[in-house]
Design a protein around this ligand. Structure first.
Ligand code: PEP
Ligand code: MG
Length: 889
């Protein structure tokens, strides 16, 4: 026979804390605390297996459940000497949900269950406090009718308001017992009007109604959405815990509160929490009254006059401090504890690992390890890699007021406040004058790079998580909110229309790239601090990681940031970004506008020394660490201007006439540029462009090796190839240039390719005959595998994820089911041909913790990501490595 119900209480329990799968987090921890001898009100947990059975059998319970529940109720009655539904000494219970993963506030709860007209009177007599009994009863009617019977709670508010109005009361505490009687009659009338059979008086009917509602709430929209966001499987189900009520609202020797064993914001090892005298748990949550501090020290810190629990109830406080120590050393982690004090007696209602900020997570993990409570590997696995983002960018002061006027995608974390500018040149000019600017564009293109660099933050009205703006902003560590659908830009009039506001150039905005919020005016920011704990934990992570971590970087500033965050090389240097520099763009445009190879070569000759100096700078900063330089990738038209006014400027600078520029721009126009004349197709058709770049790379390598004595082994990367033939043609050009440059030196280099197209993955065994390394360009590989434009996906990705068609935005987290197969195939086929082929990833997924887990599983040698994500990748790689070593994973 299956055991459906697990009892706890009185120093004993059927369950344990490692039975979360069956009992949910709440049920498992209540069982464990009970066995530890902590003061837990007795009760029982109906397991998640019942939930699964319920949904598998058309919402019917197992046949033997009723008997098991009756038994369990009998046990609680006996332990407390009370009767469920008994009119003189009534047992009241709470009915609460609890799943394996904590889903705070997503499912339903019913308190004070078991009250009816008779038991309310019984409770009044027993406690000698009729007002308390009736207050509890009316709370129960409202909560039960709302949660179980689906009666709108505002109907109850109307009743309460009218009683208050009739008596000219302002506060609930003004109501007498007789007033509550009126309220209860009003409430019951509401339920009778709104439901077929009115409010149930039978305690057992109430109990089964509440149990059904909790199981039902597993499938409410809130819970479904929460599960989708947190990757919690539907099949887990929830447990239901039924527990004897204790009351924090029976007088001034009663209280309810929440305590954290350490400070959840800072991680400091101080007891932290709040409590409310004469209140029930929901009052704390509802925020009607301001709770008081637990400790004297925190009361003094907050400058509060309201006494702390330490001062007001020293005896119970002492017990709570003792429980704090016991729970933390038992669970070996910071605990979030809910407690109630009933007439001077302390009860613990819940404990769980407490949620915490990133700095707190680091401090707690490091402190617990230093105290010998956990080891280094456990400390490393305790910190959420993505949360480190909070430490790596300036962020908004959480206490500051904010006036949010729009929301877009959280494309690049961090916060910035500044004035609105609508184009890149203006951004650069104003930043040059010391102004702090927010660049607001419909979408950015590579020609906006200088403006993006000059801006403190970027907002775009179009584009997704891997749109140009998002990728570049993350690379630069600039906060960015992309795809703000509700915003419209009129560049001509210099205006931005959003949420009924008309803003203009020079108006102030604040953006939060971590949440996607756009706010009017200024919101205070806090600078990042890389604390000692951060460094310590990263050191431990590095010891346990197999994969290397590199950065995507092209400017000296980015490369320096990358090195300071611990990057072990550059995995992607996008050379096109170097072409947009003010000085060079003219030569680049001259080169593009040339109609003969001779003229093109002349322009390239002028670009060569500039490009060489770029690589000298990079190789010097990287001091012998590997640097992968990608040859030119974007279609040439991206370098040409778009508007008539710009045509004239370019024509003048390039020494040609306007019609020539316009004609060339027209010639280069493509219907699908992402699938057009780009990547190595440029190198095949204009070999002189790649030749110049290769020469610049190799000459720089020779120069830096000579000057610094470091070994410089550049990795030359060919983009967007799908065949060995493309690689062969380009490799022989590279070898020829190397012969010319390296004569008489010990120049060494590698030639490899990106895997960005399905055909490249399918034919990886062929490509590996020539390529000495692969770098998976999963931005383009995702785009070409799903047939979804990375720049336009924001228009429909939301509904796709909401409707469960895709679990997550595949441009942010690798689509393992689809694109992942191609990556796996590329790895296997590449190694078949060349067992020691070097394998990495440089798409945005290289900085995403879940995708990094996948990279570990398929055996990549390294991941490469934006400099600001390097610490996240280091930690995620360590966790993935540790996970792969654990048996059973
Ligand atoms: C990619 O496609 O994944 C990649 C890294 O190249 P880019 O983003 O420059 O197209
Ligand atoms: Mg690409």
């Amino acid at each position: 026979m299956t055991k459906w119900v697990y009892n706890f209480g009185g120093g004993k329990a059927d369950g344990r804390s490692d039975m979360r799968d069956l009992l949910g987090g709440k049920g498992a921890n209540l069982a464990e605390m009970s066995t530890l001898g902590l003061p837990v009100p007795p009760g029982f947990t109906i397991s998640t297996a019942v939930c699964t059975h319920y949904y598998d059998n058309g919402r019917r319970y197992p046949d033997d459940l009723n008997a098991a529940v009756e038994d369990a109720i009998g046990g609680v009655e006996k332990r407390l000497g009370m009767g469920f539904g008994d009119s003189t000494n009534p047992l009241l219970v709470s009915v609460r949900s609890g799943s394996r993963a904590s889903m705070p506030g997503m499912m339903d709860t019913v308190l004070n269950l078991g009250l009816n007209d008779e038991t309310a009177e019984g409770l009044a007599k027993k406690t000698g406090d009729r007002r308390f009994a009736l207050d509890s009863y009316r709370r129960f009617i409202q909560m039960y009718s709302d949660v179980v019977l689906g009666v709108d709670h505002f109907l109850f508010d109307d009743v309460l308001d009218s009683v208050k109005r009739a008596n000219a009361y302002t506060l609930d505490t003004d109501l007498s017992a007789a007033d509550w009687e009126d309220v209860i009659e009003g409430y019951k009338r509401v339920v009778a009007d709104e439901t077929p059979s009115g409010f149930p008086q039978d305690a057992r009917e109430q109990l089964w109604g509440a149990v059904g509602a909790v199981f039902g709430s597993w499938q409410n929209q809130r819970a479904i959405t929460y599960r989708r966001l947190h990757n919690i499987p539907d099949a887990w189900g929830t447990a239901v815990t039924v527990q004897a009520m204790v009351f924090g609202n029976m007088g001034n020797d009663c209280a309810t509160g929440v305590a954290f064993t350490r400070d959840p914001s800072t991680g400091e090892n101080v007891f932290y929490g709040e409590y409310l005298i004469n209140a029930q748990g929901e009052d704390v949550v509802a925020g009607i009254r301001t709770p008081q501090a637990l400790t004297k020290a925190s009361r003094e810190n907050a400058g509060s006059k309201m006494p702390s629990m330490e001062e007001e109830m020293p005896g119970v406080f002492g017990q709570l401090v003792d429980i704090r120590t016991r729970l933390e050393s038992h669970y070996k982690d910071m605990q979030d504890i809910e407690f109630t004090i009933q007439q001077g007696e302390l009860f613990i209602l819940q404990t769980r690992n407490g949620k915490r900020t990133a700095p707190a997570a680091l401090k707690i993990a490091v402190d617990l390890c230093h105290d010998g409570v956990i080891d280094e590997t456990e400390a490393v696995s305790r910190v959420e890699p993505a949360s480190l983002d909070q430490l790596l960018h300036p962020r908004l002061d959480p206490d500051a007021e904010r006036n949010v006027i729009a929301k877009g995608l959280p494309a690049s974390p961090g916060a910035a406040a500044g004035i609105i500018v609508l184009n890149a040149d203006d951004a650069e000019a104003r930043a040059g004058r010391g102004e702090i600017v927010i660049l607001v564009r419909e979408e950015t293109s590579p020609e906006d790079i200088h403006g993006m660099h000059a801006a403190a933050g970027i907002v775009t009205t179009r584009g997704g998580m891997t749109s140009h703006a998002a990728v570049v902003a993350r690379g630069m560590g600039r906060p960015c909110v992309s795809g703000v659908g509700g915003m419209r830009i009129d560049e001509k009039s210099g205006q931005v229309m959003v949420a009924g506001h008309t803003l203009k150039t020079g108006d102030r905005l604040t953006i939060d790239g971590g949440t996607g919020e756009v706010m009017l005016g200024d919101v205070e920011t806090i600078q990042p601090t890389l604390s000692g704990d951060f460094g310590t934990l990263m050191g431990w992570a590095d010891k346990h990681r197999r994969m290397r971590v590199r950065a995507n970087a092209e400017t000296p500033a980015d490369a320096r940031t990358a090195v300071s965050f611990g990057a072990e090389g550059i995995g992607l240097c996008r050379t096109e970004h170097m072409f947009f520099d003010q000085e060079r763009i003219t030569e680049v445009r001259r080169m593009i506008l040339s109609t003969t190879e001779k003229a093109r070569r002349a322009a390239l000759d002028r670009l060569l020394p500039m490009q060489r100096s770029d690589f000298v700078a990079l190789f010097t900063i990287m001091r012998g660490l590997p640097v992968t330089v990608r040859l030119l990738d974007p279609p040439l038209h991206e370098f040409l201007p778009r508007s008539d006014g710009d045509f004239a400027d370019v024509a003048q600078a390039a020494g040609v006439d306007v019609p020539t520029v316009r004609h060339r721009a027209l010639q280069l126009h493509e219907s699908n540029p992402m699938l057009g004349h780009r990547g190595c197709r440029l190198g095949i058709t204009y070999p002189e462009i790649y030749e110049m770049q290769v020469r610049a790379i190799l000459e720089a390598a020779v120069e830096v090796a000579r000057e610094s004595g470091d070994t410089v082994i550049p990795e030359i990367m060919i983009p967007l190839a799908f065949s060995r033939e493309e690689l062969d043609i380009l490799k022989s050009m590279i070898d020829r240039v190397a012969d010319e440059v390296g004569a008489g030196t010990s120049l060494t280099y590698l030639v490899g390719t990106m895997i960005e197209l399905p055909r490249a993955a399918l034919c990886a065994n062929k490509l590996a005959e020539t390529a000495e390394f692969f770098s998976f360009g999963t931005n383009d590989l995702t785009q070409t595998t799903l047939g979804i434009s990375r720049d336009d996906s924001s228009n429909f990705m939301g509904p796709y994820v909401d409707q469960g068609i895709l679990d997550r935005d595949p441009f942010a987290t690798l689509d393992q089911e689809g694109v992942g197969q191609l990556v796996r195939m590329g790895v296997e086929r590449g190694r078949e041909t060349r067992p020691d082929i070097k394998l990495g990833i440089c798409g945005e997924h290289g900085g995403d913790p879940d995708s990094i887990g996948f990279c570990e599983a398929v055996g990549l040698d390294y991941v490469s990501c934006s400099p600001f994500r390097v610490p996240i990748a280091r930690l995620a790689a360590a966790q993935a490595s540790l996970k792969s070593q654990r048996p059973g994973d």
